[in-house]
Design a protein around this ligand. Structure first.
Ligand SMILES: Cc1cc2nc3c(=O)[nH]c(=O)nc-3n(C[C@H](O)[C@H](O)[C@H](O)COP(=O)(O)OP(=O)(O)OC[C@H]3O[C@@H](n4cnc5c(N)ncnc54)[C@H](O)[C@@H]3O)c2cc1C
Length: 369
């Protein structure tokens, strides 16, 4: 008999298991994949840590979360500075003075602000009804048309005029020459990849991979006093209220006989006639000097239940469905639901860690981290 059965060896499950072990609880962690780590898992190819489920850059403003992850791995000083290619021209991201120079030749913040404000004013819509209107009212026509429209339509597989405005709540705009994508105080990549963090979290804990909770649900339900469930909440309740929807991705990896393919870890492709949204060159996350390189083309795809669920589609219909599942989950007295799939929510890694620590604290009192 275990104190906790943890379903899912992703970041949420691993942090919870680590805290439980520190509190002398006996845990079993299971995962249906053939490895631990969930979506932060790295596969080593030719000495390069390949982010198998999409590029992951750690960033946070919270010192306690930064200190927490630094217990398990040393972080390098990687700063995410993606570039975007649109109609054969290259632009810096996030939208900043470099981007505005590339678009209009403006050199001073006031010049760039004047162009953007004039375009916003000309558009004149105060209550945007869709994503296109939202973007035009926040940043104006040029940035929207060159750097947002086609990329976003590829990402969601829908015209921007058919997408809800809430997808773009804010647009990161900087009137300084600063290509750092994130505003957070702490940022980097764990040296040696994310597996180091997961292995550190799960050290000394019993883990079984290739085990799907639902294939042997009754046996697993009785194996522990409490279950930590980080899989899909709708699947847990046998899709009683229907399936929650996601957007999926397909990753196409290639190993190339060159030491440097694109000179940057992340290059976005804005044009609609290019089917992928970005190319990741993994070695640049860790300043690799290997003779070869591994690149990944990222293709957004329609989600079907046999595919990986990447981004929740939090429209009203799905959100209402999720609320019904959430209410149902409250009646499961010995199950704690957590993580991106059980909460049907996009979380960054630092937020998932904070969420797992919060639930651990509730369970074990203050004897956490
Ligand atoms: C493309 C992409 C890029 C991202 N980039 C960043 C980034 O740059 N920075 C950042 O901070 N965050 C990023 N994230 C977010 C990050 O991946 C998540 O915050 C984190 O992985 C969530 O951890 P989790 O444990 O909730 O979920 P997961 O990592 O998905 O773990 C859940 C685990 O549960 C297992 N499981 C599910 N059902 C069952 C079952 N029935 N039986 C057994 N096991 C089961 C799954 O196999 C999986 O291993 C990105 C996410 C995506 C999709």
């Amino acid at each position: 008999m275990y104190d906790y059965l943890i379903v899912g060896a992703g970041l949420f499950g691993s942090v919870f298991a680590h805290e439980a072990k520190k509190n002398n609880k006996k845990c079993l962690v299971i995962d249906k994949r053939n490895h631990v780590g969930g979506n932060v898992y790295c596969e080593n190819i030719d000495g390069i840590n390949v982010h198998k489920y999409g590029a992951h850059i750690f960033h946070t403003n919270d010192k306690s979360i930064w200190d927490y992850v630094n217990q398990f791995a040393e972080f390098n000083n990687y700063i995410n500075s993606p570039v975007s290619i649109s109609k054969g021209k290259l632009y810096n991201l996030p939208f900043n003075m470099n981007t505005f120079y590339q678009l209009w030749g403006t050199k001073a913040p006031d010049e760039a602000k004047a162009i953007i404000n004039k375009q916003i004013e000309k558009f004149g819509v105060k209550t945007p009804q869709n994503l296109e209107e939202q973007a035009l009212s926040l940043i104006g026509k040029d940035v929207y048309e060159v750097l947002i429209k086609e990329y976003t339509e590829k990402q969601w597989g829908t015209k921007a005029t058919k997408l809800p405005p809430f997808i773009i709540k804010r647009l990161p705009v900087r009137y300084t020459f600063n290509n750092n994508y994130f505003n957070d105080k702490y940022q980097g990549i764990p040296i040696g990849g994310y597996n180091k963090i997961i292995d550190g979290l799960l050290a000394g804990i019993e883990v079984r991979t290739n085990v799907d909770f639902f294939k042997n649900r009754e046996a697993y339900k009785n194996i522990a006093k409490t279950i930590i469930f980080t899989g899909k909440i709708d699947e847990f309740f046998d899709y009683k209220y229907g399936k929650l929807e996601y957007r999926s991705l397909r990753f196409e990896n290639s190993t190339l006989e060159t030491d440097n393919f694109q000179g940057n870890a992340v290059v976005n492709y804005n044009d609609g006639d290019i089917p992928y949204t970005r190319i990741i060159e993994h070695k640049h996350f860790e300043f690799g000097t290997q003779p070869n390189t591994v690149i990944t083309k990222e293709y957004p795809e329609k989600w079907t239940p046999e595919k990986e669920a990447y981004y929740p589609i939090n429209n009203d219909e799905n959100q209402n469905k999720y609320e019904r599942y959430r209410k149902l989950s409250q009646s499961e007295s010995n199950v704690i639901f957590g993580g991106r799939l059980a909460e049907y929510k996009y979380y960054d890694m630092h937020q998932i860690i904070a969420s797992a620590l919060k639930k651990s604290k509730k369970e074990f009192g203050n004897k956490v981290s």
